[in-house]
Design a binder for this molecule. Structure first.
Ligand code: FCB
Length: 283
């Protein structure tokens, strides 16, 4: 007997095979949607989530526990763990969401300043802005429901507008353009991901002392240099795991990890899955 496929994206087991799905999840205390949303290996696509009323709780009981209130947004990348539900203190948590596979040109918009366990968090400060974003979410939903040939294109276009708005509203991002020396180092890192990179070498590329360089890097990009390098390696690792049939040990070597086991540990720390599990979950 074949198992029935759940066609309601609000209920567990929905396969999320499409490239764009949008909806609203109105969780009320004691209601039928008042259950915990747990997807330890995440989904194949990204989720953008806006709290429209009440409060939710993300990563409960861990040091990453985060409360989200009206106007808070989350960006959950593919493969990142989903672990959230109504905050026990709140009588409801209503949130709008869009599930999507990003376009290649969106990477700049997907790189949020505040990231916890791979999930981006952002507070939209004013009511007008929350309304603007909320309206775009609604428009995606209705464009999908119209279901004509161009509705997915329209939906993606509206989604791109939300992502660009978020980038614009992202208070924690440095507003000034990137310092030329930091930009140079970022390029150097990307060209040399397979090599060992020391702070001494990177600060000499920036023509600065190590301590000034580390400080400026963090100030400009919001995270410590070591973490930035690790993020770049992990994102390349994900890409290699998904788009090539290189063995995990070859991917590790390609990224400058001499020890494949250590690479797997770092990968799991970042994505909650081993490289093998990650590849399997995307096949
Ligand atoms: C629904 C959840 C919502 C979001 C989407 C992708 O089932 O209610 O929070 O995770 O799936």
């Amino acid at each position: 007997m074949t198992e029935a496929i759940n066609l309601d994206p609000l209920m567990p087991g929905y396969p999320f095979n499409a490239h764009l799905v949008a909806g609203i999840t109105p969780i009320d205390q004691g209601g039928e949607l008042d259950f915990w949303i747990e997807r330890p290996s995440g989904l194949k696509g990204y989720i953008l989530n806006l709290t429209t009323s009440g409060s939710g709780l993300v990563f409960p009981g861990s040091k990453h526990e985060t409360r989200v209130n009206t106007g808070d947004m989350m960006l959950i990348p593919a493969g990142a763990c989903h672990d959230y539900g109504r905050h026990p203190d709140a009588s409801n948590w209503h949130h709008r969401w869009v599930y999507f596979r990003p376009r290649a040109t969106w990477s700049e918009w997907l790189n949020w300043a505040q990231v916890t366990r791979n999930v981006g968090f952002m507070t939209i400060e004013s009511r007008e802005r929350v309304q603007l974003i909320s309206q775009l979410f609604k428009d995606i939903d209705s464009s999908r429901k119209n279901g004509n040939m161009l509705s997915e294109e329209l939906g993606l276009n509206l989604l791109e507008q939300i992502l660009i708005r978020c980038r614009e509203f992202d208070q924690q991002r440095p507003q000034a353009p990137l310092d030329n020396r930091i930009h140079r180092v970022c390029q150097f890192i990307n060209d040399n991901l397979s090599k060992e990179l020391s702070i001494a070498e990177l600060s000499s590329v920036a023509c600065m002392s190590s301590s000034r360089f580390s400080h400026l890097f963090r100030k400009q990009l919001g995270i410590p240099i070591r973490q930035w390098i690790e993020d770049q390696r992990i994102s390349l690792a994900r890409q290699l795991l998904l788009t090539t049939d290189l063995a995990v040990s070859q991917v590790a070597q390609y990224l400058g990890y001499q020890d494949a086991l250590y690479f797997s540990r770092v990968f799991r720390k970042n994505l909650g899955l081993s490289p093998r599990e990650f590849r399997k979950s995307h096949q």
